[in-house]
Ligand binder design. Structure first.
Ligand code: IPD
Length: 277
């Protein structure tokens, strides 16, 4: 057992649980809310506090590592994935849910080395579910092995997506028309739960057959990508090509057939790149 990144993995799991406790407690309290890139892109003091807690602890323990984190990026830090060991952190995924006390909120911590994702930890704060995935070692939720659905037929699929932060008419039109295309293709349903990472965990658990989104970020994707792949699923670009963590778009599914069908149905919404801001 063990492996070279064991200590990092253990640190990530412990920190996710600690952060989750703070978030769970803060969920029912009064919050001070600010906006970032749009009126629907929210941040609270808890996002900042939890990110500082996670980064301080990791920086202290692993001083040579690099960090990409949501609120640091919002404050202007660059998102670049170098070959160095890099932590990719979303302190609260589902901030809008958090603000509204809608109990679908997560902490997400991913870790990459040589630009390859090594492990991911996502903690569902209110349901106290710890999702983990380690490259070559499987994906688990509270110790139970995860397995994606084997569905290949879009007309039998439950599909998850998220709206993304923009609300301009062109983006909304494209967003709704993508949803319409999947429903016209006969998808059983399309769900929006307000947390990209937890939606991706549902996919990894086999509770949905596909996920797609434009406008998410590397910190929404990093940890979840390892978990899905280790649960037997595929994560790819919306063009059908290989995943690009910085491209702000994704298709994931239990099977390659399903992912390709979704990718083919979608029109692109261009959100730019995380590493070009
Ligand atoms: C966001 C949520 C939202 C999704 C966005 C994410 P945040 O994360 O997951 O559902 O639509 O793309 O960035 O801002 O709550 O960490």
């Amino acid at each position: 057992a063990g492996g070279p990144w064991e200590e990092c993995f253990e640190a990530a799991a412990q920190l996710a649980l600690r952060a989750g406790q703070i978030i769970r407690k803060a969920l029912s309290e009064e919050k001070r809310v600010s906006t970032k890139t749009s009126a629907a892109d929210l941040v609270t003091e808890t996002d900042h506090m939890v990110e500082a807690l996670i980064l301080q602890e990791l920086q202290q323990r692993f001083p040579s590592h690099r960090f990409i984190a949501e609120e640091a990026a919002a404050a202007g830090a660059k998102c670049v994935l170098t070959p160095s060991p890099t932590w990719i952190v979303d302190p609260i995924d589902g901030t809008c849910n958090f603000v509204h006390r809608f109990p679908t909120v997560a902490v997400s911590i991913g870790f990459a080395v040589n630009q390859e994702l090594e492990f991911g930890v996502i903690y569902h704060c209110t349901e106290e579910r710890l999702y983990t995935g380690r490259r070559g070692r499987g994906a688990f939720c509270n110790g139970q092995r995860l397995r994606v659905s084997g569905e290949t037929d879009l007309s039998k699929a439950l599909v998850l997506t998220e709206i993304g932060p923009r609300r301009d008419p062109t983006t909304l039109k494209l967003f709704l028309s993508n949803m319409e295309r999947l429903l016209r293709a006969g998808a059983h349903g399309v769900r929006v739960i307000g947390s990209s990472t937890l939606a991706l965990c549902h996919l990894a658990s086999g509770a949905a057959d596909a996920y797609y989104q434009f406008g998410l970020h590397c910190w929404d994707l990093a940890a979840a990508t390892v978990i899905i792949r280790e649960a037997g699923g595929v994560v790819m670009d919306t063009s059908g090509g290989p995943l690009d963590l910085m491209s702000c778009r994704v298709v994931a599914a239990g099977t390659r057939e399903m992912a390709v069908l979704i990718a083919q149905a979608l029109q692109t919404i261009n959100y730019g790149r995380d590493d070009e801001r």
